[in-house]
Design a protein around this ligand. Structure first.
Ligand SMILES: Cc1ncc(COP(=O)(O)O)c(C=O)c1O
Length: 559
């Protein structure tokens, strides 16, 4: 294993600190809890903050992906120490220095405009400041006694986003914005917990108390099924549904195999006819209850938006709970130009939106919203020492107990950016993705697989000679060619990622439903405002080069 310059610096600092042995004593301990006692100490702390704010960002310039410079197994060898030392090992300055100089370079440069593979990207620089304030205040919004104004701000922010989705009347928001008895939504850790919370509420509303039955939350699913005279409940969602829905079904006792994956059409939207058929099938079955239908506003893999209005209509007709997973696409509502893409979202019983996706907040912040301000009563918990009925304790209706005041970040960010500022980001993503799609279509080496509706698209390397072959091939030959193309795309994606200059992710899709052939596709998510068409062209150039260097000679022998 190579020892790098960084390892040498790390070893040298460790040696110095071991020589000037650090000890844990009461005075030193107390110093870590108090504000800097003099100007010199203050200046030192400011220097640390400068290091965090600026030097930490410098590593971002070097590499984008997980590079071969140090392999994962090699990296793991540096982290095998499983004992906590009795005496202090490092001063704060060394601890910060270690992260900035020795760890950060091996982290992933998600902020690079060449990193277009995932829903995690650059965030506005001011987010670091806002998040620092949250840590400095360290309010716990579980209960008013440890948060006061932070809980009040949270209710206000929740009402603002609720209004963005549902656009109810002034009098509705005046009634509910600070009403301790009603709840417009909740801040959670991310999209997973938001979906979880929504389905928790849906389950409890579906199996509410009746005729001597105290409700599913109290008595559990076995008793609920007995009370409702059924033996199964299901949740319907398109094949493109996020796997967090399965997790939620498992956790809520519904069973993850009761998440019914409804086929998609060639646009990757839920196939509405198939959805109608499934609803008919399960409503006819006296022993099964449909707990919810989930529509997606921005699927993880293709960015597709389901026909929300139509789904809302069929749910209303059949009295089924309708949840929209808008973890990704929700903030599109701030764009005057593109909010129409989410038409029908206002009809949902609940909506998931992630803060750490297109609200560009630091990880982790998700939110869930409810059309009916009383819905969350179905998951309310009280205790004697906090969370008493009628209090503003936000822990009454949340999976989490103690929770940070993330709403302070979103509140300020909405004020700093305005919906217009956010709309610039959303519009840029959607429009750049459209330009990228055109560029892909115009290049003989590539094939666009799913055109973007929002700012996510998939494509693959499929040089013209392959396209010609595919046009003439019978099903068996088609399958053989696809296998080869799948291997090519897997390899090119891996080589590009390991080279560390740019990053595009990959997934598997069946774009042509009739053919049932699964393709390996490259997936890109355009959310970084610094990503432009020139950068995207460079990324394609690199992929083309990798293909030519590695495969074109072999391919020439095949064709
Ligand atoms: C549509 C959708 N829903 C839910 C989630 C889960 O969100 P999180 O990773 O914040 O838990 C994701 C994440 O990619 C998503 O794309």
């Amino acid at each position: 294993m190579k020892i790098t310059d960084k390892d040498i610096t790390m070893i040298a600092t460790d040696k110095i600190e071991k020589k000037n042995k650090l000890i844990a004593d009461w005075d030193a301990l107390l110093r870590t809890f108090v504000r800097p006692e003099n100007e010199k100490a203050k200046a030192t702390l400011i220097k640390y903050m400068e290091q965090i704010l600026f030097e930490l960002q410098d590593f971002l310039k070097a590499h984008v992906g997980i590079t071969e410079e140090i392999s994962l197994p090699e990296l793991c060898l540096h982290f095998t120490d499983t004992k906590i030392s009795k005496d202090p090992e490092k001063k704060l300055t060394t601890a910060i220095n270690d992260i900035v100089k020795n760890l950060a370079p091996y982290a992933v440069n998600i902020a690079s405009p060449y990193f277009i593979g995932h829903m995690t990207s650059a965030i506005p620089f001011f987010m670091v400041h806002l998040k620092t304030i949250v840590t400095a205040l360290n309010q716990n919004v579980n209960k008013l006694e440890t948060s006061k104004v932070a809980s009040i701000v949270e209710k206000q922010v929740l009402a603002k986003i609720h209004r963005l989705i549902y656009n109810n009347s002034d009098s509705f928001y005046n009634t509910h914005v600070q009403n301790p008895y009603t709840t417009l939504g909740a801040f959670v850790e991310g999209g997973t917990s938001a979906n979880f919370t929504a389905l928790w509420v849906a389950r409890n509303l579906c199996f509410a108390a009746k005729d001597g039955f105290k409700g599913v939350e109290a008595e559990g699913l076995a008793a609920a099924y007995a009370a409702y005279n059924i033996n199964r409940s299901v949740i319907l969602v398109s094949r493109r549904g996020h796997f967090s829905l399965k997790k939620a079904a498992g956790f809520l006792g519904i069973g993850n195999q009761n998440i019914i994956a409804v086929d998609v059409d060639n646009k990757q939207q839920i196939n509405f006819t198939k959805l109608q058929e499934q609803i008919k099938k399960y409503t006819k079955d006296n022993h099964t209850k449909i707990l919810a239908v989930v529509g997606i506003a921005g699927t993880t893999e293709t960015g597709t938006v389901d026909p929300l209005k139509k789904i809302a209509g069929i749910c209303k007709e059949n009295n089924i709970y309708f949840h929209v997973d808008a973890a990704w696409g929700g903030p599109t509502l701030m764009s005057e130009k593109y909010k129409y893409l989410l038409d029908g979202i206002e009809l949902a019983d609940s909506v998931t939106i992630d803060g750490h996706k297109q609200f560009y907040m630091p990880i982790g912040c998700g939110m869930v919203y409810f059309k009916d301000p009383d819905s969350m009563e179905a998951v309310a918990y009280h205790s004697n020492y906090v969370n008493r009925p009628g209090s503003v304790d936000l822990g009454i209706k949340s999976i989490a107990g103690s929770r940070e005041a993330n709403s302070l970040v979103l509140d300020s960010s909405l004020k700093i950016m305005g919906t217009k500022g956010y709309a610039l980001l959303i519009d840029h993503g959607i429009e750049t993705a459209a330009l990228f799609a055109n560029e892909i279509k115009n290049r003989p080496c590539f094939e666009l697989i799913t055109p973007p509706k929002l700012n996510i698209l998939t494509y693959r390397i499929c040089p013209d000679h392959y396209k010609n072959q595919l046009r003439q091939a019978d099903p068996t030959e088609k399958w053989q060619i696809t296998k080869r193309l799948n291997a090519i795309n897997r390899t090119v994606q891996r080589i590009q990622r390991e080279a560390g200059f740019s990053f595009v992710s990959r997934t598997r899709l069946i774009p042509d439903i009739e053919s049932k052939i699964e393709l390996v596709v490259l997936r890109s998510v355009i959310m970084n405002p610094m990503t432009d068409l020139d950068i995207l062209k460079e990324i394609l150039d690199e992929q083309e080069k990798i293909y030519h260097d590695r495969f074109s000679e072999i391919d020439n022998n095949i064709f």
